[in-house]
Design a protein around this ligand. Structure first.
Ligand SMILES: [Zn+2]
Length: 479
């Protein structure tokens, strides 16, 4: 056991993760197996994620709406690939109001079917397109093996759904939202990601193409942090989502869907936290700073609390989220450990000596570096410290990921690398499902993304079968 009862990462990564979730009071197990109670500290982080991402979604022209939790069972069955993918995970309501229902209702595992059935009512002509909708909601997928935030039976997410007049427009939209997710992951979550295409075996049930962003966790494993799907006309054909073209023909719409979920909270924990507790990038931290007044005598107490109150007031006026921890029953050292556990980015210390010298002490959560700053410049100093910390967290995560993403050219090396649980391999792949399956069986690694940029093209030979390959793909073990 390490500080405050957290298992060190190096000893047992999975245990460490669970310890942080419990001790930072982020989430708890519910009476229903696999479901999660998100506690206030965890929910506040999700709210920050929502606020940041919602803005990006709206800036790209989408509007929020809300569709029902229940979907007629027959809807799910209409799209063949879709039902095949989701059938094992469905929760179905057969009774309600004390009676057996005429048609069972599925608790949404995702909302393509219900949303496109509604789009079919709203879209008549090309003038009604594009239709750009997002919803924030909960979904249910009956998972057998669950882990708080990473995989739970019910989870919160956003799901975007759009309809377009052409295939090209739908593809542009799919890539635009992938880019929104990449930006959010890197600029808000401080997690560098690889963005690219999924192989056919990993794509969404019912999609033509699925793209994803993939982040590396501190144990070298991949976490799929967001997906964006080009659905082609699959759902439009199933739900009669047609429109009249400019030259008076009838055609089916082209759809996209894209989503991120509460699993992002898990990504934040596993991407940045340490053996003392949670580390959250400042842009997503519910509190910017905690102010801890330090004193011994009653006389000091009065003076220091007054000093602290003035600092707090000024920081609130400067629009910071700040809390003064003036609890009498705890020592400053105890408070430091608690706020470190909870991941508040900056601790501000103010004691009699600081008051005398007219300064305060800023301590960063991530590297615990200390800075003495003049009392009068505290707001500017805090802003600068938060911005630097945001940048440093990203750079640190990027250096870690880059160091652990290595080119591999032989299958022997590939197997050794995956067995060592170090990170991602960039290796050539012929495009064959057989080679992909063999790797998965023998090493547990999967193709995380296939880079699509022109610069990624490189002639080589498949690391598994030796056939010609046009590019290296990113392989890794995944959550
Ligand atoms: Zn091959």
């Amino acid at each position: 056991m390490g500080a405050d009862g957290i298992t060190p990462r190096g000893e047992d990564f999975s245990r460490w993760y669970q310890d942080i979730v419990q001790k930072a009071e982020l989430a708890d197990h519910s009476p229903v197996r696999g479901c999660m109670v998100i506690r206030p500290n965890g929910y506040a982080i999700w709210e920050k994620i929502q606020q940041g991402l919602d803005r990006l979604i709206k800036q790209t022209g989408h509007q929020n709406a809300y569709f029902p939790l229940f979907i007629p069972e027959s809807f799910i069955h209409r799209e063949a690939e879709h039902i095949e993918g989701f059938a094992p995970e469905l929760a179905v309501v057969t009774h309600a109001g004390g009676e057996k229902l005429e048609e069972p209702l599925v608790v949404r595992p995702t909302s393509e079917t219900i949303i496109y059935s509604m789009f079919a009512k709203w879209v008549q002509s090309y003038r009604d397109l594009p239709l750009l909708i997002n919803q924030w909601a909960n979904v249910v997928r009956w998972e057998m093996r669950t882990r708080l935030f990473l995989r739970t039976t019910e989870f919160l997410w956003q799901e975007g759904h759009t309809a377009h007049a052409t295939d090209e427009e739908a593809e542009t939209e799919t890539l635009q939202m992938l880019e929104v997710y990449r930006r959010f992951a890197e600029e808000w979550m401080a997690l560098p990601v690889y963005a690219g295409l999924k192989s056919d075996s990993e794509k969404f049930a019912g999609a033509v193409r699925t793209y994803s962003i993939e982040a590396m966790m501190q144990d070298g494993k991949a976490l799929q942090a967001g997906t964006s799907h080009n659905l082609g006309q699959n759902f439009a054909k199933t739900f009669e989502l047609q429109y009249q073209t400019a030259d008076n023909r009838m055609d089916y719409c082209w759809n996209t869907s894209w989503g991120v979920s509460t699993r992002l909270v898990g990504a934040l924990i596993m991407g940045h936290s340490d053996d003392k507790g949670l580390v959250i990038p400042p842009r997503l931290a519910p509190l910017d700073a905690v102010l801890v007044p330090i004193y011994k005598s009653d006389e000091q107490r009065t003076a220091v609390l007054e000093y602290a109150a003035g600092i707090e007031e000024e920081l609130i006026r400067a629009d910071f989220m700040i809390r003064t921890d003036a609890r009498e029953q705890f020592t400053p050292g105890w408070k430091y450990a608690e706020w470190e556990m909870k991941g508040v980015p900056v601790r501000i210390e103010a004691g009699p000596k600081d008051l005398e010298k007219g300064h305060v002490v800023l301590v960063r959560r991530d590297d615990r570096s200390k800075r003495f700053v003049p009392r009068d410049g505290v707001a500017d100093a805090l802003r600068e410290t938060l911005e630097t910390m945001q940048r440093d967290l990203f750079e640190k995560a990027r250096a870690f990921r880059d160091e652990r993403t290595i080119p591999v050219d032989s299958y022997g090396d590939f197997r050794d690398y995956m067995a060592a649980d170090r990170g991602f391999a960039r290796a050539h792949w012929c495009g064959g499902a057989g080679c992909e399956e063999k790797v998965k069986e023998e090493t547990k690694a999967t193709i995380r993304t296939v880079p699509v940029e022109e610069e990624a093209r490189e002639d080589g030979t498949c690391v598994v079968c030796g056939a010609a390959s046009p590019r290296r793909v990113i392989w890794g073990k995944a959550y």
